[in-house]
Design a protein around this ligand. Sequence first.
Ligand code: G4P
Length: 289
Amino acid sequence: MNFQWYPGHMTKAKRMMKEDIKLIDLVIELVDARIPLSSRNPDIDELGKNKARLILLNKADLASDKYNDMWAEYFQKKGFFVVKVNSKTGNGLKSINGVIQEACKEKIARDKRKGILNRPVRAMVVGIPNVGKSTFINSYAGRACAKTGNKPGVTKGKQWIKLNKNLELLDTPGILWPKFEDQLVGLRLAFIGSIKDDIINLEELAFELVKFLLASYKGTLEKRYGIDEETEPLEILNGIAESRHCRLKGNLLDTSKAAGILIDDFRSGNLGKITLEFPPVEAAETENQ
Ligand code: G4P
């Protein structure tokens, strides 16, 4: 499957983020737990260098628990602080405050040496569209949030949400666009719904998902649709159409509708907790095996 997609406003957003990042101590980067690398834009490492870094594996509820742990370890080894969260229900958010204090302890100690006590950590939320930035901000800030308004020396218009005496959050998240010169990255982004479905051939996408599930999550299609997984992959969409009574005029099977059902079931978690991208095995680890 070939993707021809290029987002607009990218340069402007990046320029704004460069300015915003100057104001903060900590970058809170949301990634999608189902595709933690493919849902990152690597530019953030350059933009956020010299800042404390926290990665939130968001939508952890939709991804495999085993791989969530492996991904957390992967990023921790690279020097990031990591928390697994479900921003929709608030699961995992409680531990964030403690982790932030730990991630920013050098800054807090530096302040102390200068005689500055209790200056809150300033943080900014970043991530690709649809990864859950607004949901996270709303649910983390909760009802307790208070906008602190402009601060002297800060560009006019910047709003800070005072979360507690230790933490302030910039209320506008930084939007980064995913990069996908690599078609596999594009495919994963399409699976999770980060590429508009109207520029995608849904049946092709569903077929790719079928192949992935047969290879990595055996039994999933059988459990959900009662399909014999020994069937040719090309026939599986027919099987889903049959099991879900998707018919066109003349009683023909409506595989287009079946494709939509499969994709929706995956995205909403009805197929179970599925991670689409697995942590790369680092060179040092393979050498030791
Ligand atoms: P953005 O600001 O980064 O663009 O993302 P936004 O918060 O708008 O979230 C995008 C979608 O992801 C929303 O679903 C939101 O509910 C969902 N979402 C965010 N965090 C989580 C999470 O941790 N787990 C799950 N399962 N979903 C999450 P939507 O379909 O646009 O709306 P709705 O289904 O909430 O009505």
